[in-house]
Design a protein around this ligand. Structure first.
Ligand code: PLP
Length: 407
């Protein structure tokens, strides 16, 4: 059986999601906008899913707009807010973001900057690939941007960003705060201040106005995601029509949405036990430590081995730089041995460019070329990790022999 360590690319659908999708295909395949009873049953299933997704991020059902995934949610959020801001001003609205974002944000904001829809500026990073919180707070209060977009956790390194400070600064400055929470949601609980009374009971909650998430990252199925918004948000929709309160037209992907609802419930149940994720973090650490010990010169991207103040990372992710190898060659050797992993973002695999995220973190280009991401899930077992370690070491040695790269 292959050992799947590529869960930040996508996760295996859980049994609950598969069962929900099957029921929708066999029984509730009708159009949820139809007024007949069958249509209304499909609508009911969608509204149940909306409640489940809302509950996963501590929001109310009416805050959730279903989309096809995180990429579309991000596009709707950023373009939608900028279009409203642009209509109110003669100059291009200011957009603050980072060089660490997934390409769904990075490519979009670069394009918006190029075409003059936004004045795009980047926040400063520290040496671990984390935004410098103090500088970010300063920049937000000085510049008062129309929108700030910062990921909650990085898909390549797992590094968690200081979004509480950023969200607070945005609220004070009157800026809208968007977070790409695709890698966070379903892995760690969300304590979010949506700007209503609920937050007053939890002073640690993170002020957020727009949040993007995707079902297939938390054991749902592909084709469903959501944009969750606070009441402050005014958006210009991209697709015009009646569905989703006019925010996202098109007949809803009912089976993917119903599956996302049950996957959200399953993730929430799993997250109630912090020990469960601590156990997977132990497996991740075991994988990391063993590879550092057994591959001379290997290092972890996003972590300083000498510094205990290294920033927090997701419990499931490690990104390891192997010296003297090209990641693509290593991934093929790993695949032959039944170990599945990724280099950089999954969608850029197959290209020989090193990850722009690793380069933005200041990682040397040769090391960025030889960096591989291993991402575990709540289903990863100790047996799998123990089997993977010698296979990875063997694959690295093989690539160093047959296709060495010299700095
Ligand atoms: N944002 C992050 C951080 C991601 O990891 C991904 C997927 O890799 C996306 C956005 C895009 O998600 P989707 O595949 O749902 O469009």
């Amino acid at each position: 059986m292959p050992i799947y360590l590529d869960n930040n690319a996508t996760t295996k659908p859980c049994d609950e999601a598969i069962a929900a999708a099957e029921t929708m295909m066999h029984e509730n395949w009708h159009n949820p906008s139809s007024v007949h009873r069958a249509g209304q049953e499909a609508r009911y299933q969608i509204e149940l899913a909306r409640k489940s997704v809302a509950s996963l991020v501590g929001a109310r059902a009416r805050q959730v707009t279903f989309t096809s995934g995180a990429t579309e949610s991000i596009d709707l959020a950023i373009r939608g807010v900028l279009a409203v801001a642009q209509a109110r001003s003669d100059t291009s609205p200011l957009l603050l973001t980072t060089a660490l974002e997934h390409e769904a944000v990075r490519d979009l904001t670069e394009e918006l900057g190029r075409e003059g829809t936004a004045d795009r500026r980047l926040l400063t990073l520290d040496r671990y690939g984390r935004i410098d919180a103090q500088e970010a707070v300063q920049a937000i209060s000085n510049l008062r941007p129309a929108i700030v977009s910062v990921q909650w956790a990085n898909n390549e390194t797992g590094v968690i960003q200081p979004i509480r400070e950023i969200g607070r600064a945005c609220r004070e400055a009157g800026s809208l705060f968007h977070t790409d929470a695709t890698q966070w949601v379903g892995k760690l609980p969300c304590a979010i201040d949506w700007g209503d009374h609920a937050a007053e009971t939890n002073p640690d909650s993170v002020p957020i106005d727009l949040l993007s998430l995707s079902a297939h990252k938390f054991h749902g199925i592909k084709g469903a995601g959501a944009l969750v918004t606070s009441r402050r948000v005014k958006l210009k929709p991209r697709l015009l029509g009646a569905q989703e309160l006019g925010r996202r037209a098109g007949t809803e992907a009912t089976l993917a949405i119903a599956a996302m609802g049950t996957a959200a419930d399953a993730a929430q149940r799993w997250m109630q036990d912090p020990d469960a994720r601590a156990q997977i973090a132990i497996l991740r650490d075991r994988l990391e430590q063993s590879l550092l010990e057994q591959v001379p010169g290997a290092s972890i991207n996003g972590v300083d081995p000498k510094d205990h103040s290294t920033p927090a990372r997701l419990w499931n992710t490690t990104n390891i730089a192997f010296p003297g190898v090209e990641a693509e060659a290593l991934l093929l050797q790993l695949s032959e041995r039944g170990v599945y992993a990724s280099a950089g973002a999954a969608c850029s695999s197959g290209s020989l460019d090193p990850s722009p995220v690793l380069l933005a973190m200041g990682i040397d280009e040769t090391l960025a070329h030889g960096s591989v991401r291993f991402s575990l899930s709540r289903h990863t077992t100790r047996q799998e990790v123990d089997q993977a370690i010698p296979l990875i070491v063997e694959a690295v040695k093989r690539v160093q022999q047959i296709a060495p790269i010299h700095p």
